[in-house]
Design a protein around this ligand. Structure first.
Ligand SMILES: *[C@@H]1O[C@H](CO)[C@@H](O)[C@H](O)[C@H]1NC(C)=O
Ligand SMILES: *[C@@H]1O[C@H](CO)[C@@H](O)[C@H](O)[C@H]1NC(C)=O
Ligand SMILES: *[C@@H]1O[C@H](CO)[C@@H](O)[C@H](O)[C@H]1NC(C)=O
Ligand SMILES: *[C@@H]1O[C@H](CO)[C@@H](O)[C@H](O)[C@H]1NC(C)=O
Length: 362
């Protein structure tokens, strides 16, 4: 059969081939392919495990990231690091300075979601706010990330932070909790817990779950519904929820999963420059409640601990998938309550900013 190809067809074919080759070379020079394949592998792994769909359009390079940071769980450390990364990787960083409004009316949700999603991409938006349902307002779903910590440690950290601020000194707490009377500021924590002051009881102890459950009023009622909704949202909408106790691994995973935002973060975190800055975030004047009070607290935080243990297990699963060694420290859900020396050490570790969270939420 005679093959009849016109000159025009031939030129067209060769041009197409050339463009394809150049495109491919350009792509690989940009360091794309291997990482893309890794990422695809990761997502496929997630699907295969039946962990629900992650927005496929976010595939290889998520360009919209929302970090709805939970109070007193290391978020100031992350924001500090992000500020150092933002010039290096050229993304838009919006760190809201509203610390005391985590739940919003429907109108406010709509406005905030519109605001977030019109930010120039790639962006990372962060604010203390309960999970926002982007699909409810027919908006592109961003990738979510977050960090939590042992619920009792978080509670203690916040208790003292509200009263005495952090390294910035005594004068600071006047700004943060101006209305606080001495009775409250010097309230003994054991009294607060054992005599069931509102600050040390539910619903205020139900704190972490609503960040993942969402804006529905039932999300703030301590119970199974909120717990299960929060867990499902973690599976469906969060790329990563880390635990502060393993912060370095959290940073490592962020570096792997969101390289366009976080690559190099571990180096920065370990650098002397950062250590100098990071040293300023510890909350001062910690006292540990007695054993009886700790037991009571633990029982009141039943759901919070269920959630925390779930998140920790997911986190370890992700670590294994990425090939990080799992669980460097012995896990200690309840043991942290019982081994007070342990607790003391942890309290002296990384600790962070915030917030008038409770001033508004009561
Ligand atoms: C909306 O986003 C811009 C930045 O894109 C920010 O400066 C502004 O404060 C945001 N407004 C609200 C209400 O969040
Ligand atoms: C988000 O909103 C949609 C539509 O209202 C609803 O079907 C879905 O269950 C909500 N998702 C979450 C996680 O609340
Ligand atoms: C951190 O601050 C404490 C107390 O101000 C100081 O003793 C310590 O040397 C500092 N550490 C670093 C690494 O700067
Ligand atoms: C939240 O904080 C801002 C200032 O940081 C303050 O003006 C505002 O009144 C606070 N809102 C509530 C409800 O406490």
């Amino acid at each position: 059969i005679p093959l009849r190809v016109s000159r025009r067809d031939l030129v067209f074919c060769l041009t197409a081939l050339l463009i394809f080759c150049l495109g491919s070379v350009f792509y690989q020079l940009n360091g794309g392919a291997p990482k893309v394949l890794l990422d695809v592998g990761y997502y496929l792994g997630r699907f295969a495990d039946g962990h629900g769909p992650l927005a496929p359009r976010a595939l290889p390079f998520p360009s919209q990231v929302v970090y709805n940071r939970v109070g007193k769980c290391g978020s100031r450390t992350i924001v500090l690091l992000l500020r150092m990364l933002v010039d290096r990787h050229r993304f838009t960083l919006i760190s809201s300075d509203i610390h005391n409004k985590t739940r919003l009316t429907k109108r406010e949700q709509e406005n905030l979601i519109r605001n977030i999603s019109t930010t120039p991409q790639p962006f990372l938006y962060t604010r203390h706010v309960h999970f926002l349902n982007f699909s409810r307002f027919r908006t592109d779903e961003p990738v979510h990330i977050n960090i939590i910590r042992d619920p009792i440690n978080r509670f203690l950290s916040n208790y003292f932070f509200r009263r005495f601020g952090d390294w910035r000194g005594e004068e600071n707490h006047v700004v943060r909790t101006p209305g606080m009377k001495d009775d409250e500021r010097y309230l003994d924590m054991n009294t607060c817990i054992l005599e069931s002051y509102p600050e040390c009881s539910n619903p205020r102890l139900f704190y972490i779950i609503p960040y993942f459950c969402g804006q529905h009023p039932q999300c703030r009622e301590p119970g199974l519904w909120a717990l299960e909704t929060a867990k499902q949202n973690v599976l469906d909408h969060y790329l990563l929820v880390g635990v502060l106790e393993e912060l370095e691994d959290v940073l490592l995973l962020l570096e792997r999963l969101l390289p366009h935002f976080f690559s190099d973060v571990v180096n920065i975190y370990k650098s002397p420059e950062y250590r100098k800055l990071g040293n300023m975030t510890g909350t001062v004047r910690k006292q540990i409640p007695n054993l009886e009070a700790l037991q009571v607290l633990y029982e009141r935080m039943e759901y919070e601990y269920k959630f925390y243990n779930f998140v920790k297990a997911q986190f370890h699963l992700t670590k294994r998938k990425i090939g990080l060694r799992s669980d460097p420290k012995p896990s200690r859900p309840y043991s942290s309550v019982l081994q007070r020396k342990d607790l003391q050490e942890e309290l002296e570790e990384e600790d962070t900013e915030d917030s008038l969270e409770w001033t508004e939420q009561t």
